[in-house]
Design a binder for this molecule. Sequence first.
Ligand code: HEC
Ligand code: HEC
Ligand code: HEC
Ligand code: HEC
Length: 443
Amino acid sequence: MKKHQILFGLAALLLLVLVMAGCGAKTEQAVSFRADIPAGTLAAEEFGKFYPKQYDGYKKMAEMTNEGTKHGGSEETDKLTQWPFLKEIFAGYGFAKEYNEDRGHVYTLDDVKKIKRINEKSISACWTCKSANVPGIVKEMGDAYYNTNFHELKSKMTEPITCANCHDPKTMNLVITQPPLRNALQRLGKDPDKLTRQELRTYVCAQCHVEYYFAGENKVVTFPWDKGFTPDDVLDYFEEMNFKDWDHPKAGVGEIKVQHPEFETFQGSVHQAAGLACADCHMPYKMEGGEKISSHWVTSPLKHIKESCMTCHREDPEWLKERVLYTQDKTAEMMGRVGNVNVEAIEAIAVAAQANGNPAVLDEARKLQRKAQFYIDWVGAENSMGFHNPQLIMETLNKSLDLANQAKLKAIEAQTGMAAPTWQPPATAENAAPASTEPAKKS
Ligand code: HEC
Ligand code: HEC
Ligand code: HEC
Ligand code: HEC
């Protein structure tokens, strides 16, 4: 990238930030008129009567196409066929039955109703990110909602994700409606009703595009953010509470299932550090009939690089797309390889257990496998194939690979009694912290 292009980009960014700051931090938005839609309105068509341009964009999410994308797109492709290792690491759990590429927001109800992961025992927590009806129902039922049988509340879930998931109908201001995010922010000491406008342009998405688990008796949907947002922080959180989603029949250990951590992965990336929000790329501004609106066709930005990226980048859109695919292809290749090593670790443990291997060493192998699996699952469950934060995703893949190899070696040790050599730099005052790249001096 040429220097003047970067400067131009940064100037554009600064301008954007200034424009946003000038718009008034919290509440004011570019609504051309305020329709005062009654509180409690949920149906997108009702909002559409007053905001037809945004409604047209929203309806475009029904279009199913992968055009312009390679690793994303809106078609419901089967991830288990594409990535055979997933079926092995999720053995014994619903995700080994059916696991699909995500599609547009208008399909959430259809998709959750038909997925094979839902059975007669499923709970209502599974509706949480799928319907505009949920916040109202949680208000009525309290935490009892989450553990109520899924099928019992089916008739109440009349809407998919609609305008009401992100907007206050009266003012059309952005609001955090989902209880799990409100609770998580409060635990972090952040008031969900006092977020800045630019924060809201990310946090409305963080209502759902995040890792979560079901906590306690009531199975309350909870975000594991108390130690931070990185994969290490989230794993620490789960390790400390000894959390598991299910027992892997072959690995013989409780595993954690990671879910779409887009928000967490984005933290620390070049774009997050530059002040971008999810909406900057996924809901870019565009001119329509002389009016500046936000695109409500929430999909892969590769379908509209001009609107999403050219506000800052001055390169050719095709060049920029090549850069995205470069990151994504490299991530996909490594994800496949690391996934296979994870399966080998599971196999090695199963073989060692079959051969009545040393139980204490097997236990060590299982603990390592559980961690390795958490890291590879994080990368597989994140939906940008590395783009949201290439460095963090490569680090996460590397950690998974290291741990999976260690697990494999421990399993072999459990079976054969032969420990693989390990090496630690000698702990001296100088090199105790980060390992030195200098060859160690002979004493
Ligand atoms: C700098 C631009 C940018 C920002 C900011 C950004 N994304 Fe993305 N996002 C992308 C790109 C590029 C892809 C890859 C699309 C593809 O593979 O076709 C993507 C992919 C996705 C996908 C998968 C789309 C698909 O087609 O399956 C989701 C979901 C997503 N992003 C959510 C988010 C969320 C939530 C945030 C904020 C936390 C965010 N993104 C921030 C550019 C961005
Ligand atoms: C109430 C929960 C919820 C909110 C809020 C939400 N999403 Fe989603 N999003 C989902 C779910 C669930 C899916 C998958 C739907 C399916 O496959 O049926 C999805 C799918 C997507 C996709 C894939 C679309 C495609 O064409 O493949 C993108 C991109 C996306 N969301 C981005 C965002 C962004 C950006 C925001 C914030 C502006 C956001 N979402 C807010 C729940 C949510
Ligand atoms: C996933 C969250 C989300 C959903 C769902 C959503 N919006 Fe928005 N909407 C946004 C964001 C983000 C903005 C940009 C706000 C800003 O920049 O202050 C926005 C802006 C707007 C604006 C202000 C003008 C503009 O275009 O920037 C209107 C009006 C609007 N939306 C209407 C709707 C309608 C109508 C629907 C349903 C058909 C809807 N929205 C669904 C997130 C959402
Ligand atoms: C609001 C400004 C802004 C927008 C919008 C934006 N970017 Fe960037 N982007 C930056 C800045 C700033 C950098 C870091 C400095 C640089 O490389 O110019 C960057 C860096 C990058 C890089 C190199 C770093 C890396 O992580 O690989 C790529 C690739 C990139 N952006 C792609 C995109 C794509 C694709 C889009 C649209 C989907 C997009 N950007 C939208 C500001 C933006």
